[in-house]
Structure formats: structure tokens, C-alpha cells
Write a protein that binds this ligand. Structure first.
Ligand code: DGJ
Length: 754
């Protein structure tokens, strides 16, 4: 609900409020953003400057309350007495926008450009501010418990102006905070770093042309004492896939200024008379229930207001992807053999990754071309897709439409379509980007991708993009606007096509891409130990329904770490499950285990994909009203481990639950030379007999089952003892390094009645 009372704008969600007021000088003050309060409480949030601060530059001579540098604002100027970070820079011209009017509107106000924005039930406050020749519209849109902000600048005068920086949002928050950012690189995405916010500015920015794995656009501000389940935590993000910028800095007065927007690095946009510049939408969530409380709100917002309407709450298929198993080396028959195996394991979607077009036998050639490689696929994509569908699976395809190899038909024909500048082009992964600012380039992509989707009945697209841009500032921004145009034209008319975006893994994991497709490939790093970090850190700001999470081979391609299949499954369950390995190389017992994983996942898919996600001490939990699923992950084991307790969260204290283990099997090889002590003959662990036995014989691992009240399960269920080097027993848990367990907690109505 948004209201205007006694000069105060009150924006009230279910559990949050934002109070704004136009002060005596026409500046927009931020009285409060955080806990739910009443609009009438504005007075309590009014900061008083009293007899003033030293060095104050005053808006009104003699009035010590008029220092803009000491005000808590929701927008500010440059060169007009506020020396904190300014949200708008016009190449040396001061900015000093003052309130002109406001409107409270139902719903979302559509953007004029191709920038995507959150959709659905909402209310919007538009505050219009002006300075000579310019109009600035500030939009505050409230979606349940998430506030979004954006700004639109219009040149209503005669003289052109040059915009060198324009933020979407500025918020002066009262209090002491720590800022957490999520940084990394290829196969090392989303590493969490936390710094205290002080008088030195902390910047979270990308300048690669894309949102980037270097610095995910999402970040957190939390009070130092905040924990997973308590304390004040803000989550920030931006609906944008290009160069982003956010900064937090504390003033002497104790106000933390947070700005978010497009990166100003090399940004330079001339606005001629009558022209408009609009910023992407910055989004922010707040909770007093710690990091979990904030994540819960952000997850809900993304699942309801960001991802395309068609995919909201719609379960995602279990997929098989050809990349890690085949790379470029496949043909029609090999793919069909894989598809048959994938179907047999329970997969619902077969995805052909890179290598199906042009002369694409490695990554040096073919990008930009759409002719199917008939040497590999003599029956074309239609022929392959038809066979896959006949097996009862959907067919999906990989594309990298934004890039071109110099060794391609497209580049030979249209070298001018590449995104270049006056210097020699710089290649990355042997490719250049196409200039998506050009209409003919966009038309070429839209036509070719659309045609293939329709002709081959493709229902899933993996949209890859494998390099950083060399375009700077405004050019990079215009490229992104072109990308959004392309994505909209391809996917809006085909809402049923599941788009999973990808950029060398998680190099473009952002809310902009999520507006077109509901899931993103988190990382090429599918080592489950690494994925625990990647997926957990992503979970602060993105729901698990957006995570492409695949089981791959062990030892893992990037870490050479050997991990149990069960851990690879347990980690991938908390996302959109897929398999990406050479199924032909699996042992029968591994296939059986995978068959069990897929069946189990399908049974609980809705909870895994859309349940409430919680970060536990050494694992994760998802739950809906009736079912919870909890995974416990381990690193290195220690000898003689003590008793273990699992503390679940968020259950109904009064309800009764059935607690059980997702059964695991132990391979005989796991026991090495110990087997000879229990076998009647002396068996060598490296000998033929034991090697063969290891391929066929499994033993059950300790599975636990009990009934207990929600209160007891949250107090901590005592788990079965762990292997202690004293022998095997079905009632103990025998885990290895990097092992994991999964527990199922289901409401048990029969027990409640007793
Ligand atoms: C990078 C992606 O992240 C991989 O999953 C795979 O699709 C390759 N590109 C294909 O070239």
C-alpha cells in the first residue's frame, strides 16, 4: 500500500516500510527504509541537524538545518553542497533537482526502452523533480516486500546535455553495516566477501560489458550482529545484465549512502532536446529475521515478479546435457545412444550442447552460422529431435548467438557485423561479439534462432555467451539494450520454451537475464564441494529454482577431486537437476543409483525447486508446509567421530513428522583391505575378485527412521553413529570424505491424531 499523508509518502509492504518526505527545500528525504512502521511515525524518523555541523554548506543562509550534506536523502545533487556520492553527473554541470509533483499509480509503469522490469501486482510512486531544462522522474515500486527504484531523465530544454553518470537509486540509511559482495571468475564464481562499511567507499562494479562473474550485481548490507535468523539485513540487486555499479559509504554523521545503477565507467550519453534516458530497475529487500529472512523475500520476489509468467511455479524438467560427456565429438547415433540411456535413467529433456552447426569441431570455428553440421547430424536437427521425442523426451539446443568466429560463413560475409572499434579486434575464446546495436544483426539472430526452434520443435534453449566485451560505457549499455530486444522477440512469442542462460557458467547470473528465462547455468564448475559454495552464496539473493545444477563425472574435470555420486546428486537436487557426463561409461550400479536419484527428485521436485530454502550449519534445507528435505555435507572425515545432532528449521512446533534417510548404498571397494578380515579367503583389494565385486556388490548404509514433533526435530535429532574404525554395521553411517546425507521430513497426520 502506498499513501500520502501530511506530506509523507508511506510505502508499506507486508513487513517493510519506506517513508519519504519532500523537505522545505524540495529535496526528497528518506526518513526510513526497513521495519514496518506507520506513515504517521514520520516524526520519529526525522534527523535533526540542530545548530549544525562544522563546514556545512547551507541551502539557506542562517538556517543550520539546511545542510544537504547531512540530510538522509533518496536523491541528491552534485556541486550543490552534498559532498557524498552523487547519483547523476552531467559532465561538469551541477545537478540540483527539486520536487515538482508526484503520482501514486496502480501496478508497474512500463519502461520506454527494451530494459526488462519486474511485473505483476504492485503499486508505484512517481516523484517528478526538475531543474532548468531537465525533468527527472523517480519511480518507487512496491512488490509485496521488495522495493524497486529507477529514474528517468528527460531533456525538456533546447540545449543538449551529456550524462556521464546516472544511478537508479540512492538511499541514505541510518546505522552501522557490513557489506557482502559476491565475486570471482570462471569456475570460481560467487565467493562471498564481507567488509565493514566505513568512510572509505566500497564499490561493487563490473566493467566487462556484462553483469559478470567478477562481481555479481547483488550485494548485502547487514548489521554486524546479524545472524542467519536474526538481525537487520538488506539485500540489493539490479535488473540489468550489463556493467553495473553499486557503492556504500558511511558519512561522518553515520548515514550510509547506497547507490546502485549502470557503471559510470566511460559512460557518456548525449541527451538532445526531447530525448530520454532511463535506468534499469534497482531492487531491495529487507528483513529483521537475518540473512534467511531477507533471502526468503528476495526468492519470493524473483519467483513471482521476475521470471517469465509462464514459468512461475512450473516444475522444470530433469535434463541430460551432452557437453561434458561429448564436447564436440558426437554424431547422430552416439547422441541417440546417450538419449536412450538418459531416458532410461528418468531424464525428461535431452539437450544437445555446442558443436551441432557449421564447422564447429572445436571452439575456433563456426560461431555465427546456423547451418546444421550434416557430417555429424545427417538427419538434421529435426531428424534427431524427432527420435528423441519418440523416446518420450523433450529436445533442447545450445546456442551462442551473440558471438562470431572469424572462421565462419557469417564473418566472411559480414565482417562489419562484429563489435569492434578503431583498434585491432581482441579475440577471446577465438570469438568476437556481434554488434547487437545494429538492427540487421538483431534480425539475423531472431530469424535464425526462431526458425530452428519452430522447425525442430525445440522446447529448451541454453543461451551461452563466452567472452567479456571490449565495448565501453554507453556502447556496452546499447549492446545490452539490443540483447534484450533480441531475447524479447525470440522468447515472448514462445513462452513455453525454457530458456536457461549461461555465460561460461555464471558470468551473467543476473535479474535481467531471469526476466527472459527462469534458470541460469551457475558455473562450469560442477564439483559438488565447489558447488556447495557457489549455490549457497547465490542463495542469498537468488532462489534455487534459478540454479542449473548438474551431476557430472568424478574425478571432476576442474578439480580432479573424487566425490561420491550421492553427494553430486544431493547438491544438484537443490536446484534444477540435470546430468552431464558420459552415461556410456557408467557402471550398472551407478546407473541404478542415478535412476533412484531422478525418481526421488521427481517425487519431491516441487519442494526442491520452490520450497523455502534455508542455509543450515553444514548443509541446506528446503521445505513447504508439509515436507522438508535436509542435506548435510561433509568435508574431510576425522577418526572416532562423536555423536551428531541435526537441527532442522522452520517446522511447525505442534505438528508431528516422519523422519527418514534417503537410503544410500556402500560399495565394497570403499572398505579396501579391510575386506580380507571378514572374507574367508585372503583377498587383495587391487585384485580381480575385489575389483569385480566392487562393480557389482553394494551394502546398505545406516538409514534412520522415526516419528517426532516439530519442536523436537528443531531442538535436534540425534543421528545414528558414524563409522569409527571398529567394524561395519547396518545401523551406523559409513561416510567417506566429501560424503553427504539427505533426510526426508514429512508431516505425519496419523501420529498427530494419537
Ligand atoms: C560454456 C558453457 O558454460 C558450457 O556449459 C558449454 O556450453 C560450453 N560453453 C560450450 O562451448
Amino acid at each position: 500500500m502506498i499513501e500520502y499523508k501530511d506530506g509523507v509518502f508511506g510505502l508499506h509492504g507486508e513487513e517493510i516500510s519506506c517513508l519519504l518526505r519532500v523537505n522545505a527545500y524540495g529535496l526528497l528525504e528518506l526518513l526510513h527504509f526497513g521495519e514496518k512502521v506507520r506513515t504517521e511515525d514520520a516524526e520519529a524518523f526525522t534527523l535533526r541537524q540542530g545548530i549544525g555541523w562544522g563546514e556545512a554548506v547551507l541551502l539557506q543562509e542562517g538556517n543550520t538545518e539546511s545542510c544537504p550534506d547531512a540530510m538522509a536523502l533518496a536523491w541528491s545533487g552534485a556541486g550543490r553542497g552534498d559532498y557524498r556520492e552523487s547519483p547523476l553527473e552531467l559532465g561538469g554541470i551541477p545537478t540540483d533537482f527539486r520536487y515538482e509533483s508526484h503520482e501514486i499509480l496502480t501496478g508497474v509503469v512500463p519502461m520506454e526502452s527494451t530494459l526488462p522490469q519486474a511485473q505483476g501486482e504492485a503499486e508505484t510512486l512517481r516523484v517528478t523533480m526538475t531543474q532548468a531544462g531537465l525533468t527527472l522522474e523517480l519511480y518507487f515500486t512496491l512488490f509485496d516486500d521488495v522495493l524497486s527504484r529507477r529514474a528517468v531523465l528527460k531533456n525538456v530544454g533546447e540545449t543538449p546535455v551529456t550524462v556521464t553518470k546516472m544511478m537508479s537509486s540512492l538511499m541514505d540509511l541510518y546505522g552501522e553495516y557490513e557489506m557482502s559482495t559476491f565475486d570471482g571468475g570462471w569456475i570460481a564464481e560467487v565467493r562471498k566477501h564481507t567488509l565493514p562499511v566505513s568512510e572509505s567507499r566500497i564499490v561493487n562494479e563490473s566493467t566487462t560489458g556484462f553483469s559478470s562473474h567478477r562481481h555479481n550485481p547483488g550485494f548485502l548490507l547487514s548489521e554486524p550482529e546479524a545472524t542467519e535468523d536474526s538481525g537487520r539485513v538488506y539485500g540489493f540487486n539490479i535488473i540489468y545484465s550489463g556493467d553495473h555499479y553499486a557503492a556504500a559509504q558511511r558519512s561522518l554523521q553515520g548515514l550510509t549512502r547506497v547507490v546502485q545503477g549502470i557503471s559510470p565507467a566511460n559512460f557518456c550519453k548525449v541527451l538532445n532536446s526531447g530525448e530520454t534516458l532511463e535506468t534499469p530497475e534497482a531492487v531491495m529487500a529487507f528483513s529483521t529475521d537475518g540473512f534467511h529472512g531477507m533471502s526468503r523475500k528476495m526468492h519470493k520476489f524473483i519467483n513471482i515478479h521476475v521470471i517469465p509468467a509462464y514459468w512461475q511455479g512450473r516444475e522444470r524438467p530433469v535434463l541430460f546435457n551432452s557437453w561434458e560427456g561429448c564436447m564436440f565429438d558426437f554424431n547422430h547415433n552416439r547422441l541417440l545412444r546417450l538419449a536412450k540411456d538418459a531416458k532410461d535413467l528418468g531424464c525428461e529433456l535431452f539437450v544437445l550442447d555446442d558443436g551441432w552447426f557449421g564447422e564447429r569441431n572445436d571452439d575456433t570455428a563456426g560461431l555465427g552460422d546456423y547451418t546444421v553440421n550434416r557430417k555429424k547430424l545427417p538427419h538434421g536437427l529435426e531428424g534427431l529431435a524427432k527420435k528423441v521425442r519418440a523416446m518420450g523426451m523433450q529436445f533442447g539446443l545450445w546456442f551462442e548467438p551473440e558471438a562470431v568466429n572469424i572462421n565462419s560463413e557469417l564473418y566472411r560475409k559480414h565482417p562489419d557485423w562484429a563489435l569492434t572499434d578503431e583498434f585491432a579486434p581482441l579475440l577471446s575464446r577465438h570469438e568476437l561479439l556481434l554488434d547487437l546495436r545494429k538492427e540487421e544483426v538483431r534480425d539475423y539472430i531472431v530469424w535464425n534462432v526462431g526458425k530452428l526452434l519452430d522447425e525442430a520443435g525445440i522446447t529448451y534453449v541454453k543461451w551461452d555467451m563466452n567472452r567479456h566485451s571490449t565495448a565501453l560505457g554507453t556502447k556496452a549499455h546499447d549492446y545490452i539494450l539490443g540483447l534484450y530486444d533480441v531475447l524479447g522477440r525470440i522468447f515472448h512469442p514462445r513462452p513455453h520454451v525454457l530458456l536457461e542462460s549461461c555465460s561460461s557458467g555464471g558470468n551473467r547470473f543476473d535479474l535481467g537475464m531471469l526476466c527472459y528465462g527462469p534458470q541460469i547455468w551457475c558455473s562450469d564448475n560442477t564439483d559438488p564441494i565447489e558447488r556447495q559454495v557457489i549455490q549457497e552464496n547465490l542463495s542469498y539473493l537468488y532462489p534455487q529454482s534459478t540454479f542449473g545444477a548438474h551431476v557430472s563425472a568424478a574425478p571432476h574435470a576442474q578439480t580432479l577431486r573424487n566425490t561420491p555420486l550421492c553427494t553430486r546428486g544431493n547438491v544438484s537436487f537443490f536446484g534444477c537437476l540435470g546430468y552431464e557426463l558420459d552415461l556410456g561409461q557408467l557402471l550398472k550400479l551407478e546407473k541404478e543409483e542415478i535412476r533412484g536419484q531422478v525418481a526421488f527428485y521427481k517425487q519431491y521436485r516441487r519442494v526442491f525447486q520452490f520450497g523455502e530454502f534455508r542455509r543450515l550449519k553444514n548443509g541446506w534445507q528446503v521445505s513447504n508446509g508439509e515436507t522438508a528435505l535436509a542435506a548435510v555435507f561433509r568435508g574431510l572425515l576425522h577418526a572416532a567421530p562423536g555423536y551428531e545432532v541435526l537441527r532442522l528449521k522452520g517446522l511447525d512446533r505442534e505438528k508431528c513428522y516422519h523422519f527418514s534417510t534417503f537410503a544410500r548404498k556402500l560399495r565394497i571397494g570403499q572398505f579396501g583391505s579391510l575386506v580380507k578380515h571378514v572374507a574367508p579367503v585372503n583377498l587383495n583389494p587391487n585384485g580381480l575378485i575385489l575389483r569385480a565385486a566392487d562393480r557389482h556388490i553394494t551394502m546398505p548404509d545406516g538409514a534412520q527412521e522415526c516419528r517426532a514433533g516439530g519442536a523436537a526435530l528443531m531442538a535436534g535429532i540425534r543421528l545414528l553413529p558414524l563409522f569409527r574404525g571398529t567394524g561395519y554395521d547396518e545401523n551406523q553411517r559409513t561416510l567417506t570424505d566429501f560424503g553427504s546425507e539427505l533426510f526426508i521430513i514429512e508431516e505425519d497426520k496419523s501420529c498427530e491424531n494419537n
